[in-house]
Design a protein around this ligand. Structure first.
Ligand SMILES: O=P(O)(O)OC[C@H]1O[C@](O)(CO)[C@@H](O)[C@@H]1O
Length: 225
């Protein structure tokens, strides 16, 4: 499962890359706006830092022609390997088909239903991004929807992968990881929750205390005996 960071803050991204085995960065217009700087300035910094990592950037236009135009501008500014996030509306489907036919990487976003995912995959998207938590908040089941989309793609032999998005807890991520989902995009807060565990801390404290009984406070394998 690819692990992608859902954030546009370069300091957060650097820090997450330092600790976690990351595969790239996604953002959406809301995440970009939080940086309060010109978007391409922010995105170019991220592009340079993550080098070959995946970068997913969303368009704003409502109509297909505008989406396609934005896609070319994004690629010109940030490189041809950039994934263009296209909202999976009727106009979006038209744009996905045009872009995919031109060999452009597309991530179909704002996925709430299996049908959207099916149509986006058939139109040629590399990824579809179901919104796990937002689906839950509609009274449905985001994790189940993502699993069903994954299974449906396998049944049809589509190459499209699920890029699960909108997580609020680590359980949602782990369940999809077990299931073999292609990728997840996760905020720094939820990423930290994947490794935070009070039992691990407690176990390490016992090891330290026992060791210090013999070697003294603050000693390690470097400076004891
Ligand atoms: O519900 P949230 O946390 O705003 O997430 C929406 C998600 O959709 C995406 O736009 C999909 O890539 C992410 O950037 C974001 O995680």
């Amino acid at each position: 499962m690819k692990l992608i960071i859902d954030n546009a803050n370069i300091n957060d991204i650097r820090s997450m890359y330092e600790y976690f085995p990351m595969d790239g960065v996604t953002c959406n217009p809301t995440i970009l706006a939080k940086e309060k700087r010109p978007p391409y300035e922010v995105l170019k910094e991220i592009r340079d830092f993550i080098e070959e990592g995946e970068l997913h950037v969303q368009v704003l236009s409502d109509l297909a022609d505008g989406m396609v135009e934005e896609a070319y501008k994004i690629r010109k500014e940030l490189g041809d390997d950039t994934f263009i996030k296209i909202p999976t509306t009727k106009e979006g489907l038209k744009a996905i088909r045009i872009l995919a036919a031109a060999g452009i990487n597309v991530t179909a976003t704002a996925i709430y239903t299996q049908m959207q995912a099916f149509l986006a995959a058939k139109a040629g998207a590399q990824y579809v991004a179901p919104y796990i938590n937002r689906i839950d908040n509609l009274g449905s089941d985001g994790v189940r929807t993502a699993k069903e989309i994954h299974d449906m793609f396998r049944n049809y032999g589509f190459k499209t992968e699920v890029l699960a998005a909108s997580f609020k807890n680590s359980r949602q991520v782990i369940t999809l990881c077990e299931y073999g989902i292609g990728a997840t995009t996760i905020s720094p807060d939820v990423l930290d929750l994947l490794i935070k565990n009070d039992s691990v801390t407690a176990a390490l404290n016992v090891f330290r205390k026992d060791f210090e009984k013999v070697c003294g406070k603050g000693k390690t394998m470097l400076d004891c005996g």
